[in-house]
Ligand binder design. Structure first.
Ligand SMILES: Nc1ncnc2c1ncn2[C@@H]1O[C@H](COP(=O)(O)OP(=O)(O)OP(=O)(O)O)[C@@H](O)[C@H]1O
Ligand SMILES: [Mg+2]
Length: 295
């Protein structure tokens, strides 16, 4: 099991490196490669987590298929044999951690859905009873399940900055009413279906972010879907409102980092072997529980 911190496919057309994914541009298609990089407190740590990228990639594939009756998506294939030929020498690295997708025009709105009150939503509620401008009932506790999930869109900030929350009305200004309503409704429907399915497997998906794109005049689901990187995953058996929840995927890393006294500015510290192994095992457990498959 060799971890892949970056792709180093020097003859492939690299388009961008995200915190976690390396993206290659083949014109009409993109190759999304999910590396084993791990970020915590918004900093990419020097140690990759073996097979984390395979888990994330395959969780997205799992959801794209599950949601196909709700909305089309960008997935073309995960079969390396049918990738552009120039990719074939990298088969071992690409297998299970990559997908070839249709290149769409990404819509300039990030579709965030919150089923539980946590993180920045909880901080805001404590101050003024609202989350992204939406008034909520009094008396909510941290991590409470919301009566109905909230749609709180944002726009992408420049690299390095945090995204900026915007109102639904602002998304109408950006996209037009029809598209704004459509992606709101799709986001809520996908979240509701995904969260219900995950809950049956003992995983709470507290909140998440979707992206949509336009392809041949149609709205399709792009990017990654309901992964631990785009969502908050909580273990159901540990869930109790009135406090922050354990992160299903990153808790061991976060605890260790907090105890290490690191000031959360780059570069992040090296992790002890046991934390890396433990986290790799946790990602595997999440994949197996959720999908019923083995990696
Ligand atoms: N089908 C697609 N067509 C066009 N762009 C896409 C498609 N799918 C995903 N993208 C874009 O690919 C980019 C992925 O980069 P991003 O910075 O999110 O990488 P990441 O590894 O997820 O990093 P981070 O953890 O910071 O989110 C996003 O800008 C997203 O809009
Ligand atoms: Mg991303």
């Amino acid at each position: 099991m060799t971890a892949i911190p970056e792709t180093l496919f020097t003859d492939l057309p690299l388009k961008r490196q995200g915190k976690v994914r390396d993206i290659f541009d083949f014109g009409d298609t993109l190759l999304l490669v999910t590396t084993d990089r791990l970020s915590a407190f918004d900093v990419v740590l020097p140690d990759p987590i073996p097979d984390k990228g395979k888990v994330l990639n395959q969780i997205s594939v799992f959801w794209f298929e599950k949601m196909a009756d709700i909305v089309g998506n960008h997935l073309v294939t995960t079969d390396v044999d049918t990738y552009p030929e120039i990719c074939h020498p990298y088969r071992d690295a690409l297998e299970k951690r990559s997908m070839l997708v249709e290149k769409a025009d990404p819509l300039a709105v990030e579709c965030i859905v919150r089923g539980y009150i946590s993180g920045s939503g909880w901080s805001s509620y404590k101050k003024n009873g609202r989350v992204c401008g939406i008034q909520l009932p009094e008396g909510l506790k941290e991590s409470d399940k919301l009566e109905t999930p909230l749609y709180t869109p944002s726009t992408k900030a420049e690299v390095g900055d945090h995204d900026i929350n915007i109102s639904f009305e602002q998304t109408i200004d950006i996209l037009g009413r029809e598209t704004a309503e459509k992606i709101r409704d799709l986001s809520l429907e996908i979240y509701n279906k995904g969260a219900a399915l995950a809950l049956e497997k003992g995983i709470i998906i507290a909140d998440t972010k979707f992206e949509f794109g336009m392809l041949d005049g149609e709205i399709i689901l792009i990017d990654e879907v309901l992964t631990p990187d785009s969502s908050r995953f909580w273990p159901l058996d540990d869930y109790a409102p009135g406090r922050g929840q354990k992160s299903f995927d990153k808790q061991a890393v976060r605890d260790w980092l907090v105890n290490s006294g690191w000031d959360k500015t780059p570069p992040g510290p090296r992790l002890p072997r046991e934390i890396i192994d433990n986290t790799a095992r946790t990602y595997k457990v999440i994949y197996e529980r959720l999908t019923g498959g083995t990696l």
